[in-house]
Design a protein around this ligand. Structure first.
Ligand code: ADP
Ligand code: MG
Length: 252
């Protein structure tokens, strides 16, 4: 499991986010961006955040630290905003927290050229996880301490919204036309040779063990561990087929 944090106090909503994330403080004196289990996207978005965020980190990409925020729904009572009140009331138990990066800038491809090796690794990772949320309009990348940080992986792993048809996604090609780093990603073959062998069954099991059981419960599987096994199997088979889904050459 991820580290668990208690004593959550709601500070302010992050209005720019579609999933109504908020900034919270906790008893450990940390400040976190919270993604709530009761938000419209549901717990699968949080599953994708953990699997993809922790995979990216283990592949050497910068991702703010993730924690589980244990929320007592009564904290909603103190909220003047009714929408926030209802969100908190519907989000008792584990929620996702991400270290808040103070003063981080939203990524702008014109202002921040990215090294081709790094851009290629990010694009490879997004192709692997079928991330459609790294576009020019909505890059979900931050610049902080002069480094490129990856956030918002809730829309990845699209296949998990329809398990009976997930098989078709194992080899599904990734369209990078819209990817914000595509113009810089000229070293995809090297990224592939470096990263694909690192996505081992052991690494996948390690990452899946971090997902709270509560978010894996649902009609698709008999148990949280059965769900973990299905994710691991899908991702292991996809990573073995990079030639089927990785854009060829420079993605631009
Ligand atoms: N860890 C963070 N540190 C600082 N700002 C963040 C962080 N995470 C998100 N943000 C800001 O909040 C916005 C919404 O967060 P995001 O994870 O993209 O949520 P959504 O799923 O709603 O798009 C981001 O575009 C960014 O401006
Ligand atoms: Mg976003």
């Amino acid at each position: 499991m991820l580290r668990q944090v208690t004593g959550i106090r709601y500070v302010t909503p992050l209005r720019e986010g579609g999933s109504l994330p908020g900034v919270v403080e906790a008893d450990d004196l940390g400040t976190y961006v919270a993604k709530f289990s009761g938000a419209g996207q549901g717990p699968k978005a949080l599953v994708a955040e953990v699997i993809c965020g922790e995979l990216a980190r283990r592949l050497g990409l910068a991702v703010p630290r993730l924690v589980v925020l244990d929320i007592d729904p009564v904290i909603g009572r103190a909220e003047p905003d009714q929408e926030v009140q209802e969100l908190l009331r519907g989000s008792g138990g584990p929620n996702l927290g991400m270290d808040f990066l103070p003063g981080a800038l939203g990524y702008d491809p014109v202002a921040h050229p990215v090294d081709p090796a790094l851009a290629s690794r990010v694009l490879w990772f997004d192709a692997f996880t079928e991330n459609v949320d790294r576009s020019w309009r909505n890059p979900n990348l931050l610049i902080w301490h002069r480094e490129l940080w990856l956030i918002d992986h809730g829309a990845c792993l699209y296949f998990h919204h329809n398990w009976p048809r997930a098989e078709a996604a194992v080899r599904r090609a990734y369209r990078a036309d819209d990817h914000v780093l595509a113009p810089y990603a000229s070293r995809l073959a090297e990224a592939d040779a470096d990263l694909a062998p690192r996505v081992t069954p052991g690494l996948l099991a390690e990452v899946l063990a971090l997902v709270p059981d509560a978010w894996l419960a649902g009609p698709d599987f008999d148990s949280a561990d059965a769900a973990r096994a299905a994710y691991a199997d899908h991702l292991a088979r996809r990573v073995a087929r990079t030639a089927d889904w990785l854009p060829q050459g420079s993605a631009a």
